[in-house]
Design a protein around this ligand. Sequence first.
Ligand SMILES: *[C@@H]1O[C@H](CO)[C@@H](O)[C@H](O)[C@H]1NC(C)=O
Ligand SMILES: [Ca+2]
Ligand SMILES: [Ca+2]
Length: 309
Amino acid sequence: MRVWIVVALCLAGHAMAAPTEEELIVEEEPMVEEELVVEEAVPEEETTVGINPVQIETGEFDEAIQIEEDFPAENPCLNHHCKKGKVCEIDEENNSPMCVCQDPSSCPAAAGEFEHVCGTDNKTYDSSCHFFATKCALEGTKKGHKLHLDYLGACKFLETCVDAELSEFPLRMRDWLKNVLVTLFERDEDNNLLTEKQKVRVQKIYENVKRLQSGEHSLDLLAHDFEKNYNMYIFPVHWQFGELDQHPADGFLTHTELAPLRAPLIPMEHCTTRFFDECDADSDKYIALEEWAACFGIKEEDIDKDMVL
Ligand SMILES: *[C@@H]1O[C@H](CO)[C@@H](O)[C@H](O)[C@H]1NC(C)=O
Ligand SMILES: [Ca+2]
Ligand SMILES: [Ca+2]
């Protein structure tokens, strides 16, 4: 329920919605540790601590890896979680579970165009299940290595992001992050979406936001507010980084970690790709907290690693 409230608000707000599913996280850079994290049997109930509006929809698309439940006690695949694009099969020799590439034709038929996704090859896939199954089949090849899920929805023509638009992007994104946090705060009551420490921080923002009332904010107003209430934006920028930096939480965002935020945003905000590309100032393919904060206009002296937790 919460998801849709948050999402609806985002849509109404600034066309910067961020619904997404956890599976995007699984689209891997082939980093050894990350692969392990995903490949290993993950306990079914991974807790979603400090839940993120962009990650709440966890599991919605999990039908793709339904497991036969005839003999729950005896089926080694029952609690064996495979990453997206793979399914569990029993190794006959020693009756142990193993993950093998899923046949795309075994994916459930897409219920509609809204399930389509666009790959970085600019090819439309029926659903993320079809995408990940296809990517799995290419594992180990250069093509497979380069293929990522780019955005949600069918591939379409995306306008080039010009410099003037690029400079507006962080203004709206920052405002949106702040609104997401405030909404979480408002609905928190006993949901524990935020930790106590986070609540104290958001409380201040919340009181401030009551002044700058809702509605369409012009870019001028947003720019002015950022200057005037700069302090209010520091925490939301850190918070979002922490929400994304979890696979692993190492102070760097990979393409995969960023996907839950990017993928739903790209079709609506054509500067998304360029913004995050340029965010990686040293072009090492990772966005460090310092780079992230800088591209949202947070001053170096206000970057605080402890605030991310
Ligand atoms: C990607 O595909 C869409 C739809 O087929 C097309 O309109 C667009 O121009 C393509 N983009 C690129 C960069 O080739
Ligand atoms: Ca990370
Ligand atoms: Ca970098």
